[in-house]
Design a protein around this ligand. Structure first.
Ligand code: ATP
Ligand code: MN
Length: 478
């Protein structure tokens, strides 16, 4: 790209002083009719512009307020004030677009996150959301970079799917029908043959099943795309629309799958620690400031970047589900009746259990494997015990489950039997079953919820604050 102007990031990185610069940006603050601090989104750093007030009339100066878009030409000089190394002595200034201070909601003060969610179109102008979204973007790049370096093929699986239920969550129906005018069949039921696709269709809850078909041809593949779940769970870790990364690998067993998951998350975290060092430093300071208001025992053990480094430096603990239940049964909170759900073999691990294992017992990311077959999806490989499946979940501090994966059932008879028992239609998934008919082989994969990773890396408590426009029950503004 040939830039017509310079990004603030590049201006601040260049070590050449007394050179002409041309910058655009939005005003953060304007003090003493002289100092305009602007940001253009290229970096968390602002640039200070210094103007001579006598050169402008009062009406013009009034237009310079927080949020206004401006253009400036001038000379980059060493700054005499503290707080910045360089600044721009302005020779020409234009206000491109004013921002009426009476109504512009983003003022130079701390806004609470609920307020900013209602102003989701303007919140990227805040320092906080700039830092989050730059970090998110780098993480996405790191994902593609990791898979590319390791020989994976990027596969785009469909967003509209003909799969009606695969157990991952409630689905959103896709149709062109008007609700008051639905074609009915002879029995008075909706006649889906007359709908757009000639059958029931939904938004995808996962690209896995289709990804498997590509893994069984190209070997190592991954998907990275939007996923939809109509789950009515108003938690800080669930969205109705989120992005998922799903690698799928032929000739890989569950141990290899766990190795891949661990290596992958360490790689992308390591990447952003370098690429977004300034953003993370700022996010860390924000968290420390927030926590000062909390009682000591509610504060986190480690500052943000230390926590990220800790993940890089330590091997994730790996325990079977059965071991996890034993640890939970013998734990203090279980004995004191402090868990809302009493740990019992066969139950799904609740958030309180996951957090106990990760934050209290092991103080480390934990991979739990070999879950009871009854609480996991139909496609997970049955173990010899007949009771457990080759599933694994990666649990992280703060966010809980960040990855869910498994070795897939490759034996035709076992798969069909399982589908029958779980009420999964063989007729609908004929193509998936075909994989077990033609050249079947052991293979594995997992799904990483991208927003949960962004949450972990940025330290944000609510998943609604790590995606530009969050979708959740009763909320689809913007
Ligand atoms: P949970 O128990 O937290 O609801 P899940 O078991 O439904 O997760 P999977 O179906 O295994 O999750 O999906 C893989 C990953 O996708 C999860 O580990 C998580 O990181 C992410 N994920 C799942 N549901 C959501 C959601 N509603 N919003 C955001 N991320 C999600
Ligand atoms: Mn779920």
């Amino acid at each position: 790209m040939t830039p017509q102007h310079q990004d603030i990031k590049h201006i601040l990185q260049s070590e050449r002083l007394n050179v002409p610069v041309r910058v655009y940006g939005w005003v953060k603050t304007f003090r003493n009719d002289r100092f305009i601090v602007i940001n253009d989104g290229s970096t968390i750093q602002n640039l200070q512009l210094v103007i001579e007030p006598a050169n402008y009339d009062e009406a013009f100066l009034k237009k310079i307020s927080t949020g206004a878009a401006i253009y400036a030409e001038g000379e980059l000089v060493e700054s005499l004030g503290k707080g910045q190394a360089v600044e721009v002595q302005v020779s020409k200034l234009e206000v491109l677009g004013e921002a009426d201070p009476e109504t512009y909601p983003i003022q130079p003060k701390k806004h609470n996150l609920e307020f900013l969610r209602e102003k989701a179109h303007l919140r990227p102008r805040t320092t906080l959301f700039g830092a989050i979204m730059r970090t998110r973007s780098s993480l996405a790049y790191a994902v593609h970079d990791y898979f590319r370096r390791n020989g994976f093929v990027y596969v785009n699986t469909p967003i509209i799917t003909g799969i009606d239920a695969e157990g991952a969550g409630q689905m959103f129906r896709v149709t062109t029908w008007e609700p008051e005018n639905i074609p009915l069949d002879e029995a008075g039921k909706p006649d889906y043959r007359k709908d757009f696709f000639g059958k029931k269709t939904n938004l995808t809850v996962s690209g896995q099943l289709e990804a498997e078909t590509y893994a069984m041809a190209l070997g190592k593949v991954y998907t990275f795309g939007p996923t939809f779940r109509a789950e009515n769970s108003n938690t800080t870790r669930h969205l109705a629309e989120f992005w998922m990364i799903e690698p799928e690998v032929a000739f890989l067993d569950l141990d290899g799958d766990m190795d891949l998951a661990e290596d992958f998350v360490k790689s992308i975290i390591g990447f952003v620690m370098k690429s977004n060092a300034e953003d993370l430093a700022w996010l860390e300071k924000r968290l420390l400031d927030e926590e000062k208001r909390l009682p000591k025992d509610k504060r986190s053990d480690m500052p943000l970047r230390e926590k990220l480094q800790f993940v890089l430096d330590n091997r994730f603990v790996r325990i079977s589900y059965t071991e996890a239940i034993d640890i939970l049964k013998n734990s203090k909170p279980a004995k004191k009746g402090k868990f809302q759900f009493r740990p019992q073999w066969g139950m799904d691990l609740q958030t309180e259990h996951e957090r106990y294992l990760v934050e209290k017992h092991f103080k480390s990311p934990v991979i739990v494997f070999d879950y009871p077959a009854d609480i996991k999806a139909f496609y997970m490989r049955l173990n010899a015990d007949g009771k457990t499946v080759r599933a694994m979940d990666v649990l992280f501090p703060g966010v809980g489950e960040i990855i869910g994966g498994s070795q897939r059932e490759e034996r035709l008879d076992v798969l069909l039997e399982k589908m029958r028992r779980m009420g999964i239609s063989e007729k609908e998934l004929w193509w998936y079953v075909d994989l077990r008919r033609y050249g079947t082989a052991f293979h594995s994969g997992f799904g990483l919820g991208f927003e949960r990773m962004v949450q972990f890396v940025t330290g944000m408590g609510n998943i609604r604050d790590v995606i530009p426009y969050p979708r959740y029950p009763k909320s689809a503004e913007f």
